[in-house]
Design a protein around this ligand. Structure first.
Ligand code: ADP
Length: 488
């Protein structure tokens, strides 16, 4: 099958979070099975160019419609870890992809609507007729709309779209100007059945457009699929998902074990696996040395996260003080887009400056993330909501025991050491329900207690997590089944 993955992120070259891992991991799995997979991304100025091989212009002079004019683009090509990637390079005074970051500007909707248009124009003009376009999140929600409203009539009538929802908290709310920008029929599209936002009749909802116009819609875990149809986690799109229930389902994400595997990870000093677990200790020591923590007999609790309201920042904050009070060490790696949250964590960082048991690293650091998973004993994930969550799966592979709130994909992957009804060998962490300090303490307290009092039991929990198969193999097959189901 010829599959085109359209995504605003792809690890390791353009990653802000789990979507980057998804695009890379699924694309690789599909390619391994002999499919022709092409990834299309914006040519951001912040691409990790050092990780792209053979970058060159592959399509010159792509003129992309923009209101009553055209914007001149080129398309570049390069390989990232063996994956074929195309990059839309827009030459316009808007500097759409030259912002020093992937997201976070007032015109993000316009930037990614333009990207979506450029992708379709590129596929059309370069003569590509993929069997499947796989789109992701609101940034690419307009792709299936453009396909069916414009490009199907220009010879792309056999292409089908699978659309994945990674986070309902960001739906691409914008104005009808994005339809004018693309010379689309505003009266036809600004209706309750199509792109009109359910909460605001004057707003366009790009994610809704993606849901309505795609041939199949997935989200990243079965539990989140249920939550967004049946609870306020759908953030207003519950009704739309009900209407389109027949083409909607949850597929649990995998993780890419060629990137995330302590037996071969080139970013950690000591390799280990379930049979050689004691060697994990060398990574704990290396982490302590790197971050200036003392080498003492204490469990090390970690957080690796975007510090966003979604991630339960208030409970993360509380977790730091609670873990230290309970005689643990604490390491946090996080980036906070919200200035108030950023300031609060800087305040805590300064407060902990002299504390030999605590270190906060504020920012994004891929290499340090690997060392933290390898060197820590527990990872704390107290999310308000969590569509899938990769950190718990990565942590488990590294023998780091997750302490999580029972929501979304966390509920589908972490099974409580004491309370799960699963067989013992499937229990792999600690789970709590209430979004409160008490909730967090009940689970983290049990984990810490076990580490001290029953080390052999704690070791077994680590091994149970390491032995879980969260590879892309099963979800990759699910996606192939979906593509086969919708393809012509
Ligand atoms: P989300 O996509 O909501 O951010 P996920 O758990 O799905 O959350 O994916 C998070 C991914 O981003 C993981 O690969 C994690 O290691 C990585 N990550 C999160 N924050 C940081 C950070 N500050 N530095 C490095 N990697 C990070």
């Amino acid at each position: 099958m010829h599959i085109v993955m359209v995504s605003p992120e792809c690890a390791p070259i353009a990653k802000a979070g789990g979507l980057g891992d998804f695009a890379q991991g699924l694309s690789r799995e599909l390619a391994v099975h002999g499919n022709d997979v092409e990834i299309i991304l914006p040519k951001y100025d912040v691409l990790r160019f050092d990780r792209i091989e053979g970058m060159h212009k592959s399509y010159r002079d792509l003129w992309v419609p923009f209101y009553d004019q055209y914007i001149h683009c080129d398309v570049e090509y390069g390989e990232a870890d063996g994956l074929k990637c195309f990059f839309i390079d827009a030459h316009s005074q808007h500097g759409f992809f030259n912002r020093g970051k992937i997201y976070g500007d007032a015109d993000d909707q316009d930037r990614f609507v333009f990207f979506s248009r450029a992708v379709m124009e590129f596929l059309h003009k370069s003569g590509r007729r993929p069997d499947i376009i796989h789109c992701n999140d609101w940034q690419t929600g307009l792709v299936p709309v453009l396909l069916y409203e414009v490009y199907a009539g220009l010879g792309m009538g056999t292409t089908r779209v699978c659309y994945s929802l990674h986070n309902m908290g960001h739906q691409g709310w914008t104005g009808p100007h994005v339809l004018h920008m693309n010379r689309l029929d505003v009266d036809r599209l600004m209706t309750a059945e199509r792109l009109q936002d359910p909460g605001n009749p004057h707003a366009v909802n790009l994610m809704k457009g993606g849901i309505v116009f795609s041939n199949f819609v997935t989200t990243v875990s079965p539990r989140y699929a249920w939550e967004i149809q049946h609870t306020e986690q759908g953030k207003g799109l519950q009704g739309v998902l009900h209407i389109h229930d027949g083409k909607f389902g949850g597929v649990l994400n995998g993780i890419d074990y060629s990137t995330w595997n302590p037996e071969i990870d080139g970013l950690i000093p000591a390799h280990y696996g379930p049979q050689t677990l004691p060697q994990k200790a060398a990574n704990k020591l290396a982490l302590r040395q790197r971050l200036g923590l003392t080498d003492v007999f204490k469990p090390l609790v970690a957080v690796v996260s975007r510090l966003d309201a979604q991630k339960g920042v208030e409970l993360i904050r509380h977790g730091i003080y609670y873990a230290l009070e309970q005689g643990c060490q604490f390491v946090l790696l996080g980036s906070a887009p919200d200035p108030a949250v950023n300031a609060e964590f800087w305040r805590i960082k300064n407060e902990m400056d002299e504390n030999p048991d605590c270190h906060l690293e504020l920012g994004y650091n891929e290499e340090l993330a690997h060392l933290i998973y390898a060197g820590s004993d527990m990872i704390l994930i107290p999310s308000v909501y969590e569509p899938c969550g990769l950190t718990q799966m990565i942590a488990m592979k590294y023998g780091c025991v997750p302490v999580v709130r029972r929501v979304g994909g966390l509920a589908d992957t972490v099974f409580d050491a004491n309370y799960s009804d699963r067989p013992f060998e499937q229990r792999n962490g600690y789970v709590f329900d209430d979004l409160t300090y008490e909730g967090l303490e009940s689970a983290l307290g049990r984990a810490i207690g076990l580490w001290h009092r029953f080390p052999e039991y704690f070791r077994q929990l680590r091994v149970n997590g390491m032995r879980m198969d969260n590879s892309w193999s099963t979800p990759g097959q699910h996606y192939l089944d979906i593509y086969n189901h919708i393809r012509v």
